[in-house]
Design a protein around this ligand. Sequence first.
Ligand SMILES: [Zn+2]
Ligand SMILES: [Zn+2]
Length: 145
Amino acid sequence: MPLKQPESMDEIVYFSNRSLGGGKGSVKVWVFKQTCLKCRKEMMGKPRDSKGKVKTRADEYVCPACGNSVEKKAYEESLTANADYTCSGCGSSGESQIPFKRRNIEGIPTLRFQCGKCSANIDVTKKMKEKKGKGPAEEGIDEDA
Ligand SMILES: [Zn+2]
Ligand SMILES: [Zn+2]
């Protein structure tokens, strides 16, 4: 069964597209929002300000239906990160799912997937906030938007 792909950015909290091993491989990662566990009516998202603009730096997620709020880290770590990759080591393509929980690898918060064929690590490091609002919007949803 292929993994469910996001149809719009409204469905996800994270999206990234990276090349691996100098362009020999690639990985696409996405994380779906979760439905509010309290009322199960809406998906939890970042709160909006009075003008309706999403507060991307908020450290909580809220349910637009019932107002339930969950701390950002706790919410994100309960989500699942989906990956669609082409391994730079063996060239095979596959899909993988891990908890959306970054590990500190060589000092950088990293989502580590593994190739299902050769077990090579497929690392998706957290992008640091060096460019503000410029460049490709590949990681625009959560941290850089
Ligand atoms: Zn709710
Ligand atoms: Zn491989």
